[in-house]
Design a protein around this ligand. Sequence first.
Ligand code: GLV
Ligand code: MG
Length: 317
Amino acid sequence: MAELRSRRSNLAVPGSNPRFLDKARGLDADQVFLDLEDACAPLAKPAARKNIVAALTEGGWGDKIRTVRVNDWTTQWTYQDVIEVVGGAGADLDCIMLPKVQDAGQVQALDMLLAQVERAHGLPVGRIGIEAQIETAQGLVNVNQIAFASPRIETIIFGPADFMASINMKSLVVGALHPDYPGDPFHYILMQILMAARARGVQAIDGPFLQVRDVDAFREVARRSAMLGFDGKWVLHPGQIDAANEIYAPSQADYDHAELILDAYDWATSEAGGAKGSAMLGDEMIDEASRKMALVIAGKGRAAGLSRTSSFTPPEG
Ligand code: GLV
Ligand code: MG
């Protein structure tokens, strides 16, 4: 997996609302994405570009990942979004999010436009990442090529609301289970996105849950994608942030256990530990595969800022 910058909570902030942009700075989200797409009415887009440039260049975002979601390539707005936002605030921006990505060509087009704007403004070429949102049947069919379309790709994101519309799903509750379907209707889609992201070594991010006052229902949906291996989820409301930060980080017990496995296996494979390929940690047998699983959990825990509450002591004799 690529270097893991924590993206447990991805806060959506409409670019058309300077008050929300201001407030977002102080919230505890790992990432903010300032939206020029669906949360911005067509008539509000020109002003929103300016609000976003001002909000980014003013700073104060701490170590949050700063992303701007531009409009998709089928509109008339994408090129101007990129030229204005990257031209005005390229040095204060980490990623551009591209919605409704249909194929690898759309990612490559954004990559080339970014490179030109970076060159024109004396910015390092290639530093700004791309987050690709999968929101249509066509995008999902092409997700593997999309994941490999550019070295700038940092995340593959599920856009459940647009996706449900794209496949004519018979429900209006985004991301939730439905009593008429005996399973999780999103499982196949989430797994396709996760496989593409993992094959490419980038992060997989789950999309929004719209019933923003029902944090228990948000938790339920989030726990499912976290369990599969997703790295984070969008949050639309400050009330969803703590839940996402908690659910997409390992529990303290799992984090401690993962660090113990790493230390114990390190010791077991060393000369002092007998140069063994497998060993016992309490009642558990650990080997190289255990180390790999532990690395994932420990990596996520470290990225989330967890600290160990136990330490490894080599067995005597
Ligand atoms: C997000 O953009 C979604 O469509 O769910
Ligand atoms: Mg969408």
